[in-house]
Design a protein around this ligand. Structure first.
Ligand SMILES: [Zn+2]
Length: 223
């Protein structure tokens, strides 16, 4: 490391220094030896798959699916949710990414991947942020209200706490997102034509197992 980068380093927080260390490893092992791949990617991306996953730091789709840059188009948010097709004014970030993936990148597969021990799903279940102001939990509460419809039935059967209830909420979250995906005309049309496939999945942090939703039986089956 030269003197200039050494002194630049001294002003970094420990957190950023940790990231920069990782970046340097990536430069030497992930970028330099794979210049050809990056040269191709420079021309554009052609991912075949879109993945919608939770922002949770433990469930990185690129790591779980062991894919290279350019292979999956990813949206991550609290609880891996897809909102329904809405034309109300607002900033529809997930819808924009979905539209881009389906209509412009023309992905042929969309995977919605929820996960075990999901804090967003748990908050939907307990409604712990209900009534909070925006900036104090209100944004999360609003977002996860997408699960309210599925919640009622789960609370009746399992209550609002415990792994049984949480697991049911996590599974329901994936189903809600799949249903909402199908409210987008471009998704529904392409799925009906056989040009697009939708798959639900759940990754278990506890045992590292990925389960895929069989929509005919409603069961999540180890992949
Ligand atoms: Zn989560």
């Amino acid at each position: 490391m030269d003197h200039a980068s050494q002194s630049r380093r001294e002003v970094l927080t420990p957190e950023l220094a940790y990231l920069v260390d990782g970046y340097r490893r990536f430069r030497s092992s992930g970028w330099e030896p794979r210049r050809d791949r990056w040269a191709t990617l420079k021309e554009g991306q052609q991912p075949r798959v879109m993945v919608i996953a939770c922002s949770d730091s433990r469930v990185d789709p690129s790591q779980i699916f062991d894919v290279d840059p350019g292979e999956i188009f990813v949206v991550r948010n609290v609880a891996a949710l897809v909102p329904p097709f809405e034309t109300t004014p607002g900033l529809h970030g997930v819808s924009a990414a979905l539209e881009f993936a389906v209509q412009f990148l023309k992905v042929s597969e969309i995977v919605v991947m929820g996960h075990g021990m999901c804090g967003g799903c748990q908050a939907a279940l307990t409604q712990s942020m209900h009534g909070c102001e925006p900036g104090r939990g209100g944004f999360v509460a609003d977002w996860i209200s997408l699960l309210d419809g599925a919640r009622d039935d789960i609370v009746q059967r399992h209550g609002t706490s415990g792994r049984e209830a949480e697991r049911a909420m996590e599974q329901a979250g994936v189903r809600v997102s799949l249903n909402n995906l199908r409210t987008f005309p471009c998704v529904a049309t392409k799925e009906a034509r056989g040009d697009l496939r939708l798959t639900g999945a759940l990754f278990s942090i506890t045992d590292g197992v990925l389960r895929l939703l069989d929509e005919t039986t409603g069961e999540f089956v180890p992949a």
